[in-house]
Design a protein around this ligand. Sequence first.
Ligand code: 13P
Length: 235
Amino acid sequence: MKRKFLFVCNFKMNTVKKAEYKKALQKDVYNNLVLCPNFCDLKEYSSFKKSNSVMLGAQNVSEYANGAHTGEVSASMLKNAGADFCIVGHSERKQNNYETLSQINLKIKMLIDNNITPIVCTGESVARDEEYAVRFVLSELNEMLKDVDLNKVIVAYEPIWAIGSGKVASVKHIKSVITTVKQYTGISFVLYGGSFNQSNYQDITDIDCVDGALIGGASLKPDVIVQMIQKTDIK
Ligand code: 13P
């Protein structure tokens, strides 16, 4: 059986008009596409679940169930809005919002309790060799995934230096880091993220151990996403 290659689109704090995705998706089925718009657009985008079998993701969640947490959104609220997945521990949140690994661990548990699959982000900030990257990733995962059922999470390996920089990691680097991380942890589903786009996607979708991509910039162009999915024969 062919493996499935998941395209996870992280719009970040950008608006992509629903009509643009509707035009690109047409009436086709995309059961390997996850769209992660901002909180406000989740409900609107949830109609693609029915029309195109697209799955829905959020970009963050509170570590608390409810209560006096102004500005936060709980996992059960995300579930009600239609979220199947939620990105957690993105490097932008770790850097700009000072999210800690233990906080991310609580968020992951909250998502699992609400039947939402966490997409747990990790990656080294400095471009160095594979051994350095593996050591960094394993130490982050060790804390973020403490007492978590590993069958219920997806990991996204996003080297920070590759995010939004146009500098994609080499095939050798991606392959070596993801294979080793899978071997050491037993995690079975790992995405790659960082400047994934129409000029490099074929090299990356060809790597056996990569189960999908977490896509930032390119996800703002629905036509590009649809073209990449259609030209990738692993569905
Ligand atoms: P880019 O694809 O823009 O590099 O962003 C990657 C990312 O951060 C996805 O979460």
